[in-house]
Design a protein around this ligand. Structure first.
Ligand SMILES: *[C@@H]1O[C@H](CO)[C@@H](O)[C@H](O)[C@H]1NC(C)=O
Ligand SMILES: *[C@@H]1O[C@H](CO)[C@@H](O)[C@H](O)[C@H]1NC(C)=O
Ligand SMILES: *[C@@H]1O[C@H](CO)[C@@H](O)[C@H](O)[C@H]1NC(C)=O
Ligand SMILES: *[C@@H]1O[C@H](CO)[C@@H](O)[C@H](O)[C@H]1NC(C)=O
Ligand SMILES: *[C@@H]1O[C@H](CO)[C@@H](O)[C@H](O)[C@H]1NC(C)=O
Ligand SMILES: *[C@@H]1O[C@H](CO)[C@@H](O)[C@H](O)[C@H]1NC(C)=O
Length: 935
């Protein structure tokens, strides 16, 4: 079936290791460990409610075991960790409801389930990864007091963990099949069940004719209308069990592929245009589960009778113990150590949260404790810590394991290592471990503790075991290229580590970073509602006293060297930075401008050739970078950017090696739409490149306007082995920067791997008698997947559905249009003379593909059906019939030749795949007829 392979390059990704932030593991009893639930609201975290939550989880676990039995393995819940507001811990501990344990990796940002108040429905964010895991489940608090809501939670868990995405079509549980008949979107159209009027459900009244599929062939009946008034309930199977698909209820039989079940009533319909089919390439839920690691026959273990899950209360201590471990080996000499010192200084002076205790270790051939754990209480302590860092010099070999053992011992972790040993380590290195104890063993020892290791690799030679160390200890590994223009990715990484470990709250965040090359002079940044606003400019190689650095508020207030308040303008010669600290009460949201005057190493305003040379030869001595630090102190000031990567490593570059970069943007916890985001991908060898993140529902982004922005990195970009660091920058409506992490590429293919164009997912057809056309509309996919400009699109037609889907290129070519960039809305009118190959009065189908510049075609779109027919009717002569339109763009060029029937008439509920009318004009006759098409 043609539809199956379309997005297989995306679904295969699920089999690789991923970066989404869950620590959930399946243990050898087939029970899930480490589900982390965050209770945000202090008022809700009462003893009573938390007891209810415990009972609820027991119920959910039991339901899950019953539901998963249909796939042949009872999976249930073993341990759940509960993160509550610190103010409630004492009360909950005293009540003795849960065993408690110190927090380790558990933080707000690593939660699997977030209980929200007030919250809407239980929902998974983003619900777009086949095989899962997705990012979070958000659920309203009250649900945990009602076992009746367990099914919705179970359904979201199955989306979250395994990627069993929605089978409804645009939120509607019906779709129209090729004959125009409404069918339930669950399973196949033969699924037995009851169609009932919604308003008769509560009264127990039986089905009414209107909802029966045969009768719902009303020409203008929309899916929205259907949803509004009708509901479908699958009938229990002959054995009294439920048939179904996703795990919204215990099912005894999955709607499955033909090879697993001969009963046509329970075949999965891969034709339903729903998110599940789109993301999973037409596979059934049963097939997806059977391929998931949790259900593979090779996963060792034995199903045991589930018992009540253990709920552990996680005690987040009031402060963190952090050991900053800095590489000072010989290879760090020069710019590397300067960058390390600068960013580590900025980390301790501006990013590290007040109240944390910090220790500093440097290492080359041996590891040295420069600073014992010291509590950060005020700026003088920060200065004291910064001074320790500034004294570092490079030289010697690289003993990473020695540094690991040293950091552990500072945190009180000595052999025998146990899970009760906790703390945080941030480890920066540029090289391979080459002296000292066995590193692999040291990593294994570290993994026996609960210490979290975040690692930052800063050169292509950095030991690749750093990713493993971070992974095994629930930390994060990042890679910072030395070739990026801003050269401040280290600072961004440091800021993000704090943000991720501390969660929301009072910590400073980077609003924006940008590169400046002297004597460039100005820029701007959009600032949201924030408590802290610092502008920091780093100017290596410049005498800071010769520079004027100035910031201007949206209301015109100027801050700089001559500000009356001496605290505003601070020069830090040790790390070549100038900081403008805007007084907190004067921070105004809006566009702030900054500029630099008199800033040039040579004092010249114009760039001479000599200067350019100087800039190229030694960038770090003649260019600088700007950092704007903002805070998110108050609950109402929160435009937050969270970013992550789908895949952490590509063992081999092939047509499946597609990286997805995600960003989730919220404003006061609500998804923020319309933001402008770009990711910079910096490989360890080669030049950085950028990709745009989009929330347009096309290509890799499954749902438009949900605040989740996605970009693809194509395999053709993975041309060198090594680490690739990814930093995402949002420039509108406010500025934010965040590192999405890193991925590793091994075994690069000799020839670049290219992908075919993506599939057209929104083919829509309308026809007009008056204007004599069958108008085809769709959105351009890309030259490769959903990127770039394809050479052309081909529209082909056939009277045979099977021919069109199985052998597209053999069908009659009815149209060819020149390629436009991915995302471009296209429109093409087929005239009667184009359709001469189509037999009249017999159903025909249309489908479209994009053709790449190298002549490769994408998968054909879902076909549209129609009938060319002789005249019959239509006194008025004008009739427009249409199916789902492509997303509406406000594009001038599109408007100029827009048809008379307007966007407002378009009914987005109508779905691709609906039979449409076709028109024929052979001079003497013109017809338009609504048709029934069977396929
Ligand atoms: C991270 O750890 C998990 C669980 O141990 C493993 O499945 C995954 O492959 C690891 N990823 C990497 C990049 O090592
Ligand atoms: C939910 O189910 C669990 C397990 O069956 C039970 O212990 C608990 O009391 C139930 N909670 C409610 C509110 O009915
Ligand atoms: C389906 O039917 C075929 C032919 O009758 C049979 O060989 C096959 O085993 C059946 N498959 C299942 C899953 O029952
Ligand atoms: C380090 O330890 C690992 C695991 O025990 C072992 O496989 C490896 O050979 C050791 N490496 C060296 C250099 O001894
Ligand atoms: C900095 O600004 C002051 C006041 O506007 C001005 O007097 C001074 O010359 C400027 N210095 C440079 C290097 O531009
Ligand atoms: C944010 O909160 C502060 C204090 O809680 C309040 O004064 C301010 O008006 C709020 N700002 C917005 C935009 O709601």
């Amino acid at each position: 079936m043609a539809a199956i392979n379309v997005v297989s390059w995306l679904l295969i990704l699920g089999l690789f290791s991923h970066c989404s932030a869950t620590n959930i593991r399946l243990n050898t009893d087939y029970r899930l460990d480490n589900i982390l639930i965050l209770v945000q609201n202090e008022n809700f975290a009462s003893v009573d409610n938390m007891k209810a939550l415990k009972g609820y989880l027991a119920y959910v676990s039991h339901q899950m075991a019953r539901a998963t039995e249909a796939v042949g393995r009872r999976i249930s819940i073993n341990t759940v960790r509960l993160l509550v507001p610190p103010s409630k811990i004492a009360e909950l501990k005293n009540a003795g409801v849960f065993p408690s344990m110190p927090a380790t990796w558990e933080s707000e940002v690593s939660a699997d389930v977030v209980l929200e108040n007030p919250g809407g429905k239980v929902k998974t964010i983003p619900a777009d990864e086949c095989y899962g895991p997705n990012k979070w489940i958000k659920m309203p608090e009250y649900t945990v007091r009602r076992n009746a809501t367990a099914n919705s939670f179970l359904r979201e868990l199955s989306i979250y963990l395994w990627g069993l995405l929605s089978e409804s079509v645009s939120g509607v549980q019906f779709y129209q099949d090729g004959s125009g008949t409404f069918q339930p979107s669950v399973c196949s159209s033969n699924m037995p069940g009851q169609y009932r009027l919604r308003n008769s459900i509560s009264s127990g009244a039986d089905s009414s004719s209107i909802c029966l599929s045969e009768l719902v062939r009303l020409e203008n009946f929309s899916l929205a209308k259907m949803q509004e008034i009708c509901e479908f309930t699958p009938k229990p199977s002959p054995t009294g069990n439920n048939w179904g698909s996703i795990l919204s209820q215990p099912v005894s039989l999955f709607c499955d592929s033909k090879s697993f079940n001969n009963d046509t009533r329970v075949h999965h319909s891969s034709q339903v245009p729903n998110p599940f089919n789109r993301a999973c390439g037409g596979l059934s839920a049963g097939e997806v589960l059977r391929k998931h690691l949790h259900f593979l026959p090779t996963t060792p273990g034995a199903s045991v009778q589930e018992t009540q899950p253990t709920v552990l209360l996680v005690e987040k201590s009031a402060f963190r113990d952090v050991v900053l471990v800095l590489d000072v080996s010989g290879s760090m000499s020069g710019d590397r150590i300067k960058n390390e010192i600068r960013s580590a200084t900025i980390y301790v002076k501006y990013f590290l949260e007040t109240g944390a205790r910090l220790s500093i270790v440097s290492f080359s051939a041996t590891a040295r404790e420069l600073q014992t754990l010291l509590k950060v209480t005020d700026d003088s302590v920060r200065e004291q810590l910064a001074k320790k860092i500034q004294s570092l010099a490079a030289g010697g070999s690289t003993n990473i394991s020695g540094a690991i053992y040293e950091a552990m011992s500072i945190l009180g972790a000595t052999a025998p290592y146990t899970k009760s040993q906790t703390g945080f380590v941030v480890l920066i290195t540029d090289g391979e471990h080459n002296t000292g104890p066995n590193l692999t063993v040291a990593i294994e020892q570290a993994a026996k503790t609960s210490i979290v290791f975040d690692t930052i690799s800063i050169s292509r030679y950095a030991d690749e075991r750093m990713a493993r160390l971070a992974n095994l200890t629930n930390g994060r590994s990042t890679f910072v290229s030395e070739n990026t223009p801003a050269n401040v990715e280290l600072e961004v990484s440091f800021a993000d580590l704090v943000k991720r470990s501390v969660g929301g709250g009072e910590n400073a965040v980077l609003l924006q970073t940008s590169a400046i090359t002297l004597p460039t002079t100005s820029g701007s940044v959009s600032v949201g509602d924030t408590d802290i606003l610092y502008f920091m400019i780093s100017l290596p190689g410049t005498t800071l006293s010769t520079v004027n650095f100035t910031a201007t508020s949206p209301t015109g207030t100027v801050y700089g060297r001559f500000s009356p308040d001496p605290g505003v303008y601070q020069i830090d010669t040790a790390v070549n930075t100038i900081v403008i600290k805007i007084p907190p009460h004067e921070v105004v949201p809006g566009t702030w401008n900054w500029w630099l005057t008199g800033a040039s190493t040579s004092g010249r305003r114009k760039r001479s050739a000599e200067e350019l040379l100087l800039i190229r030869r030694a960038r770090s001595t003649s260019s600088g970078s700007l950092i704007v630090i903002g805070g998110t102190g108050s609950a109402n000031s929160t435009v937050l950017l969270d970013t992550w990567l789908r895949v952490s490593s590509f063992p081999q570059v092939n047509q499946f090696s597609v990286q997805k970069i995600y960003a989730y943007v919220t404003n006061n916890s609500a998804p923020l739409t319309g933001a402008i985001l770009e990711a910079m991908v910096a490989p360890s060898s080669g030049s950085p490149f950028t990709v745009q993140l989009k929330d347009d529902g096309l290509g890799a982004d499954l749902t438009a306007n949900d605040g989740i922005y996605v970009a693809l990195v194509l395999p053709e970009k993975m041309t060198s082995q090594g680490d690739y660091g990814v930093t995402v920058t949002m420039t509108s409506p406010v500025s934010r920067t965040s590192t999405a992490g890193k991925f590793r590429v091994e075994n690069v293919a000799a020839a670049p791997v290219t992908l075919p164009p993506g599939r057209i997912t929104d083919l829509a057809v309308e026809s007009s008698v008056k204007h004599q056309y069958v108008r085809v509309r769709f959105t351009s996919p890309g030259n490769q997947a959903y990127e770039g400009v394809p050479a052309a699109y081909e529209i082909r037609a056939s009277n045979s559905f099977d021919q069109l889907t199985a052998n597209f290129s053999s069908c009659a070519l009815v149209g060819r249009i020149t390629g436009q960039p991915a995302g471009w809305p296209l429109q093409f009118d087929l005239r009667p003379e184009n359709l001469t190959a189509i037999r009249i009065n017999v159903t025909f189908f249309l489908s479209a593909v994009a053709v790449s510049t190298t002549g490769v075609s994408g998968e054909p779109s879902f076909p549209m059906g129609g009938v060319l027919t002789y005249p019959a009717i239509q006194a008025g002569g004008e009739e427009v019939v249409q199916t789902e339109p492509p997303p509406i763009r406000t594009d001038e060029s599109d408007k100029t030749d827009a048809p008379e029937q307007q966007e407002s008439q378009w009914t987005p509920e109508l779905i691709a795949g609906v039979a449409v009318t076709a028109v024929v004009n052979v001079a003497e006759f013109v017809a338009i007829v609504l048709v029934a098409v069977k396929f």
